[in-house]
Write a protein that binds this ligand. Structure first.
Ligand code: NDP
Length: 457
């Protein structure tokens, strides 16, 4: 017998009962519910087929972080006023390696958002094949509109506390929304001052102090490499395709760069004010202008429409109504909902690669899967960033630096392997590859095996 959602009733009942208990334990943490719900639904048939996972309560253990550290950050602005922010580090699971995951500075940061991100990071890091556990951290600090000196004082104050909990064999944070090279440099400088040690305790560092070539580009490039692998299974390629991209931060800029390299036509970019539509396509010259605007001047995307003819700025809107064959949501969580998915499908989208974490709502993902659109889920498609962070750790440990070509080659190999692993568990009867399920199971197996081997810990 098949149930309403297509699974056997025992699976449905198991998922419902598990999620009821989980939601009661984590009341109000909606993003965390969403991330766990998707994984539990994917892995439930697999877990039910392996009684040892059930007996050892692997799913209960995997959905509870090892620890959640919460601390106050007190800092002074340029006028001497004192400010108080909250910061967190969620050390989720270190079964297969030291904790690893970014730090996010954004007013929306909460323990729910960091738990969802830390939870997903466990599976993503597992999929890379590198020895990395999962973590995430951040603060409700808003870097927008702050001077460099204010950001420096905030970062120094944050690291004064965070340094107690990290280390190259313990937990190695990196960047995320609002945390780029400037912030990582301030954080690293303060760690070094307090500990008198020069060690790879953060990734995304500057090239002159232990950073890796291609780290900045890795998430965006990796996302496009993953898209190319998905399209190959359909005897297609990114070349010549019109692409809708959201965001204009680290991930979006380098996804656009790789799309241009590979002969595609990216036509949109966005920030929290709205999106620009450039029907002629963002070319190399326009991208260099955009990098200067976003990475150096920290300006707003609407200025692109003032700079280049034939470009429209759509205030308060998202780019998913623009006709495109490929979509790359690269801004933030839940930025593509059911209505957006409908518009993409109606306009003939064939594949979506998630540069951001959990950018599609559960309903949007379901709709895309049912329409047989290839969905490169974030755990797989944006794993290139953390993968090159892992390579940065290796270079730091060996005290060497690989060339850009070497790192890019390794990144491409890793993305190809992640695709193969997600596809291995994702094939459906009609030949469609469900990468969402495939990545969840593929990431789960290695972590679960390690947890079983450790016994009851
Ligand atoms: P950045 O801070 O560099 O850029 C974020 C971009 O998204 C900006 O254009 C920003 O616009 C936009 N954005 C952020 N929040 C919102 C919002 N609530 N609504 C609309 N737009 C928003 O971050 P990254 O590019 O590093 O990260 C983007 C996504 O990719 C995140 O989901 C992150 O977790 C994920 N990711 C990042 C990795 C990395 O290596 N950096 C690795 C893997 C995943 P504005 O400037 O107006 O806020």
């Amino acid at each position: 017998m098949i149930s309403a959602t297509g699974g056997p009733p025992r699976v449905e009942e198991f998922v419902r009962e598990f999620m009821n208990r989980f939601i009661a334990r984590n009341a109000g943490q909606t993003e965390f519910h969403q991330a766990v719900g998707e994984v539990v639904e994917s892995v439930a048939p697999f877990v039910l087929a392996h009684p040892e996972y059930l007996e050892s309560r692997i799913l209960e253990r995997l959905t509870e972080p090892d620890r959640l550290i919460l601390f106050r950050v007190t800092w002074q602005d340029d006028a001497g006023h004192v400010h108080v922010n909250r910061a967190w580090r969620v050390q989720f699971n270190n079964s297969i390696g030291p904790y690893k995951g970014g730090m996010r500075f954004h007013p929306s940061v909460s323990s729910s958002i960091l738990k969802f991100l830390g939870f997903e990071q466990v599976f993503k890091n597992s999929l890379t094949g590198l020895p990395m556990g999962g973590a995430k951290g951040g603060s409700d600090f808003d870097p927008k509109g702050k001077s460099d000196r204010e950001v420096m004082r905030f970062c120094h104050a944050l690291m004064t506390e965070l340094q107690r909990y990290i280390g190259e064999d313990v937990d190695v944070p990196a960047g995320d929304i609002g945390v780029g090279q400037r912030e990582i440099s301030f954080l690293f400088g303060q760690y070094k001052r307090l500990n008198n040690r020069f060690a790879g305790i953060l990734t995304g560092k500057g090239l002159s102090f232990g950073g890796s070539l291609i780290r900045k580009e890795a998430t965006g490039y990796g996302c496009v490499y993953f898209m190319e692998r998905m399209l190959e299974t359909k005897s297609e390629s990114v070349e010549g395709k019109t692409c809708a991209v959201s965001g204009s931060g680290n991930v979006a800029l380098y996804a656009i760069e790789k799309l241009i390299d590979m002969g595609a036509r990216p036509v949109t970019a966005s920030d929290s004010e709205g999106f620009i539509h450039d029907p002629a396509g963002i070319d190399r010259d326009k991208l260099e202008w955009l990098k200067q605007l976003k990475e150096v001047e920290r300006g707003r995307i609407r200025l692109y429409a003032e700079q280049f003819p034939g470009v429209a700025f759509h205030r308060g809107e998202r780019p998913w109504g623009v006709p495109a064959q490929l979509a790359f949501p690269c801004a933030t969580q839940n930025e593509l909902d059911e209505r957006d998915a409908r518009r993409l499908i109606d306009n003939g989208v064939i594949a979506v690669a998630e540069g951001a974490n959990m950018p599609c709502t559960l309903a949007a993902t379901g709709m895309l899967l049912r329409a047989r659109v290839a969905v490169g889920t974030a755990k797989a498609a944006n794993a290139g960033g953390v993968a090159v962070s892992g390579l940065e750790q290796s270079q730091n440990a060996l005290r060497i630096s690989w060339s850009a070509e070497e790192v890019d080659r390794r990144l491409q190999d890793i993305m190809t392997n992640i695709h193969a692993r997600a596809a291995q568990y994702g094939y459906e009867d009609d030949g469609y590859i469900n990468y969402v399920r495939g990545a969840n199971i593929g990431g789960f197996v290695k972590v679960a095996e390690a947890m079983l081997a450790y016994g009851v810990v």
